[in-house]
Design a protein around this ligand. Structure first.
Ligand code: 4AD
Ligand code: MG
Length: 461
């Protein structure tokens, strides 16, 4: 039976193992050869020694090339070298899949992340992308662990929807109509009655509205699914397809929401530091020096909680030159968000009570009549990682707000009914999963923390 490299420890010295994996590098010589094998189960390679007394030594070593896949049976011995504690002395080796060293795009040198995006089908074999995949997996597991331990129910909200949650109109259309030959109504408009759903439909930008309906029945729920935004943002923090975690809590206010969000982020960080030490060590050394200290610093103290109005004062009094100036009422740019978290407070910041007019229609109006009970969490290097709010549970106020924002109340009829039948105070937030992976790994570009990034002009693989 095959053993994964991650399962082999120093205690196993003296035992026989069968391992399978891909060759990362090799040093071939006449009497013996060293091969580095990786099977993705952990960051570290296993060093294999191949002595020339093995049958067909010369033929086999001619096939030992970077990228080839192999199956090896051997004995685990204490290593002579300083680099590793143990190594495998091969008794039998099978080349499963050859790899032409002249053509293999992943040479043993450092490739740029831009280049690796063009070969995204192979980049998971590199140290960096293997480590990202493992950290991403650990964060996903930690997410379920956190909410399940707290008694939240995992629910699946629809991916195809007719509702625009954020009301921002940045949705991808879902249609089976023939764009070359669109059916028309008498008035020469597109006849959506002939479309698959008999009305316009889109890919969801957020599962929140549907999530609220379940929270208003089951108390605490969370979603974890793909979301889509057709915004033309070419930044290192935006994707057209990204994953979002959206908890929603009934009988909860904005404070409960902040506490939950802060605990959740801290739980995720703890989990990665505990479960992926080799991967994080790698990021700390080669990708983002100091990332481990940064994460430990996040765990060590409470997040700063600050009203939007106070943040504007801080930004206006700052001597820092911003590209965009701020006034009370302007939406913050990433440069402002990062300044607050990175430079001013040097820790994550929960900004709350934003001006109503820069936030979505569903956020709860505060008594001052100007602000809403919104909260964003801002972190170093990224800016906004979480957006959330207490929801407007009062029907009359919500309807007035929708009228003011010129939203079609008819199409949100079901959402409004939650406020007619047993309405409760409730709150929730959305965390962009890729931004969390970025934060934890220190990777600079969001396109490198999702296996197959989708962004303007790019939908490959
Ligand atoms: O702030 P947003 O737009 O909030 C919502 O969608 C709410 N419905 C969430 C809720 O209250 N249930 O998005 C939430 C988070 C952002 O803070 C950000 O981390 C991430 O989603 N996000 C993106 N991540 C990658 N690419 C994009 N284009 C993103 N847009 C938002
Ligand atoms: Mg937001």
């Amino acid at each position: 039976m095959r053993t994964k490299i991650s399962q082999i420890t120093q205690k196993d010295i003296g035992k026989e193992f069968k391992i399978m994996g891909w060759i990362k590098s090799s040093r071939i010589s006449k009497n013996f050869s060293f091969i580095e094998i990786n099977d993705g189960s952990c960051f570290n390679n296993l060093q294999v020694i191949l002595n020339s007394d093995i049958p067909e030594y010369e033929f086999i070593t001619s096939k030992i090339t970077t990228g080839a896949s192999v199956s090896i049976i051997g004995d685990l011995v204490k290593s002579q070298g300083k680099e590793q504690a143990f190594e495998l002395v091969a008794k039998k080796i099978n080349i499963l899949g050859e790899c032409d060293p002249e053509k293999y795009p992943l040479q043993k040198k450092r490739h740029s992340f831009e280049f690796l995006r063009e070969i995204a089908h192979l980049r998971a074999r590199t140290n960096t992308f293997g480590a990202i995949a493992r950290v991403r997996n650990t964060l996903a597991f930690a997410t379920h662990e956190f909410f399940q331990q707290k008694g939240f129910l995992y629910i699946n909200t629809p991916i195809i929807t007719a509702a625009d949650c954020e009301g921002a109109g940045e949705m991808f259309r879902v249609s089976t109509l023939d764009p070359e030959n669109l059916p028309k109504t008498d008035k020469n408009n597109i006849d959506y009655k002939k479309d698959f759903f008999e009305k316009p439909a889109y890919l969801t930008v957020s599962g929140q509205l549907e999530g609220e309906t379940y929270a208003c029945a089951l108390s605490d729920i969370y979603t974890f699914g793909p979301t889509f935004r057709a915004e033309n943002s070419n930044t290192s923090r935006h994707l057209a397809e990204f994953w979002m975690i959206e908890p929603e809590m009934a009988f909860a206010d904005i404070k409960d929401n902040m506490n939950c969000a802060e605990d959740y982020i801290k739980h995720c960080i703890k989990s990665v530091l505990e479960k992926c030490p080799q991967d994080i060590e790698f990021f700390n050394k080669f990708i983002s020096p100091g990332v481990i200290d940064k994460l430990k610093n996040v765990l060590a103290q409470p997040f700063e909680r600050l009203e939007y109005t106070k943040a504007i004062e801080i930004l206006k009094n700052s001597t820092k030159k911003f590209e965009y100036s701020v006034e009370w009422g302007t939406d913050l740019q990433s440069e402002h968000e990062r300044y607050l978290a990175e430079e001013h407070f040097k820790k994550p910041v929960i900004l709350y009570n934003y001006p109503a007019h820069i936030k979505a229609f569903y956020m709860r109006q505060n008594d001052d009549g100007k602000t809403v009970a919104a909260m964003d969490i801002l972190v170093a290097g990224i800016g906004e990682i979480i957006g959330g709010s207490q929801r407007e549970e009062r029907l009359d106020i919500l309807e007035a707000k929708m009228d003011k924002m010129e939203l079609d109340k008819q199409s949100y009829w079901w959402y409004l009914e939650l406020r007619k039948y047993g309405s409760v105070p409730h709150a929730g937030f959305g965390l962009g999963f890729e931004r969390l992976v970025q934060f934890v790994t220190g990777m600079e570009n969001i396109r490198d923390v999702i296996p197959y990034p989708r962004y303007p002009g790019h939908c490959d693989f």
